[in-house]
Design a protein around this ligand. Structure first.
Ligand code: KG4
Ligand code: ZN
Length: 342
C-alpha cells in the first residue's frame, strides 16, 4: 500500500510517501522557521498562508522523487490535530480533496501518534510494549504504549512543555526561535557546574512534570548576572544554557526511569522535537542501562515535524481498515488516549 503523508500542524510543511512493502519512497520538508523568527514565535496566520504556498509543490516533489504519479497512490494520510487550526485546515482539506479526486481512502492522523511511531521508521525499531516520552514544543508526556492506539497516559506537564521551556529560555539568552537547538549548541561551550538549577517535581512521587518554574529561575539568573556585569559575557550565557539544559534533561531522565520501573517495561522510546537533543539521548542511554532496558529514537530529521511519521502512522491505521470518512477533520485539541486501538 502506497500512502502519501501530509503534515501542516504548525510551522513545517512535510510531505512523504510510504510504501508498506518497500518503506519510505520520498520525503520533503519545508521549514517556515526563518519567517517566524522575525516575530520570536509562530504567527498562526502566516503559517497557514505559507502551507498553502508550499504544500502542492512539495507533493509534486515527493511524487517526482519516487518516480510515481498521483494515480499510483493507494491512500492519503493527513495530520488532523492537535495543532494550529488554520495550519491544520490546509493539510486536511488538501489531503481529503486529493483522496476524493483519486477515489482512494484518506485517514486523519493524530500528530503525537505520528511522533510516537517515528522511531518505527529506523533500522532497529522498538517492539510493543514500551514506555514513550513525547517531548515537543506543545507536549511533554509519558505514555504506556501497549500497541498502536493502546495508550495510557502515565504523566504529563502541568504547565509548559519541555520544548516550550527551551524556546523561552532561548529568548532570555538572546537566541532566535526555535530556541531548542540553539540552547543546546550554546550549552556545548558551557561549564556545567557553575549554576545549579532545580529539578522540578522530582522530590515527590508521580510522573507529572512542571517546567514553568525553570523558566522563572532562568530569568532570575539572567537578571542577576545582568545587574552584576551589565552586558552578559558569552561564557556566562553558555554556562546558563548548560545549567538549564541539564536541569530539563535530568528531570526527564528521573521520570523516565520511574516510568520504566512502574511498568516493568524494558524499552524506552523518545519522540518529538526535543528528542533530537544530544544531551538528552546521552543521559537516557545511561538511565536505560541502569534498568537493563533499551533506548529508541528517530533520526533527527524525523524527531521534529515531518511528513514521514504521518505517512507511516496513517499506513498502520489503513492496513487495519481504519480509513476516515469524507469529513475534513481538523482538531486543535485532541487527547491521544481517545484514539481507537488497531
Ligand atoms: O515536535 P516539534 O518539531 O513540533 C511540535 O510538535 O511542537 O518540536 C519542536 C520543539 C521546539 O520547541 C524546539 O525548540 C525543540 O522541539 N527542539 C529541541 C531540539 N530540537 C528541537 N529542543 C532541545 N534540543 C534540541 N536539539
Ligand atoms: Zn510535532
Amino acid at each position: 500500500m502506497r500512502v502519501l503523508g501530509i503534515e501542516t500542524s504548525c510551522d513545517e510543511t512535510g510531505v512523504a510517501l510510504y510504501d508498506s512493502e518497500r518503506g519510505l519512497l520520498g520525503d520533503a520538508l519545508y521549514s517556515q522557521v526563518k519567517m517566524h523568527a522575525e516575530y520570536g514565535g509562530v504567527v498562526p496566520e502566516l503559517a497557514s498562508r505559507d502551507h498553502v504556498r508550499k504544500l502542492v509543490p512539495l507533493i509534486r516533489e515527493v511524487m517526482a522523487e519516487a518516480d510515481l504519479a498521483l494515480s499510483d497512490l493507494d491512500a492519503v494520510a493527513y495530520t488532523a490535530g492537535p495543532g494550529l487550526i488554520g495550519a491544520l485546515m490546509v493539510g486536511a482539506s488538501t489531503g481529503r480533496a486529493l483522496a476524493l479526486s483519486l477515489g482512494v481512502p484518506a485517514v486523519a492522523v493524530h500528530h503525537m501518534e505520528g511522533h510516537l511511531l517515528a522511531p518505527m521508521l529506523e533500522e532497529k525499531p522498538p517492539a510493543f510494549p514500551f514506555v514513550a516520552l513525547l517531548v515537543s514544543g506543545g507536549h511533554t508526556q509519558l505514555v504506556q504504549v501497549e500497541g498502536i492506539g493502546r495508550y495510557s497516559l502515565l504523566g504529563e506537564s502541568l504547565d509548559d512543555a519541555a520544548g516550550e521551556a527551551f524556546d523561552k529560555a532561548a529568548k532570555m539568552l538572546g537566541l532566535d526561535y526555535p530556541g531548542g537547538p540553539l540552547v543546546a549548541k550554546l550549552a556545548q561551550q558551557g561549564q556545567r557546574d557553575r549554576f545549579t538549577f532545580p529539578r522540578p517535581m522530582t522530590d515527590r512521587p508521580g510522573l507529572d512534570f512542571s517546567f514553568s518554574g525553570l523558566k522563572t529561575f532562568t530569568l532570575n539568573t539572567v537578571n542577576a548576572q545582568r545587574s552584576q556585569q551589565g552586558e552578559i559575557d558569552s561564557q556566562t550565557l553558555s554556562d546558563i544554557a548548560a545549567a538549564f539544559e541539564d536541569a530539563v534533561v535530568d528531570t526527564l531522565a528521573i521520570k523516565c526511569r520511574r516510568a520504566l520501573q512502574q511498568t516493568g517495561y524494558k524499552q524506552l522510546v523518545i519522540a518529538g522535537g526535543v528528542s533530537a537533543n544530544a544531551r538528552l539521548r546521552e543521559k537516557l542511554e545511561a538511565t536505560v542501562a541502569k534498568e537493563r532496558a533499551q533506548l529508541f529514537y528517530a533520526r533527527p530529521r524525523f524527531c521534529t515535524d515531518n511528513g514521514a511519521m504521518i505517512a507511516y502512522a496513517g499506513t498502520q491505521r489503513l492496513l487495519a481498515g481504519q480509513a476516515s470518512d469524507l469529513t475534513i477533520l481538523a482538531r486543535p485539541r485532541w487527547p491521544m488516549d481517545t484514539l481507537p486501538p488497531l
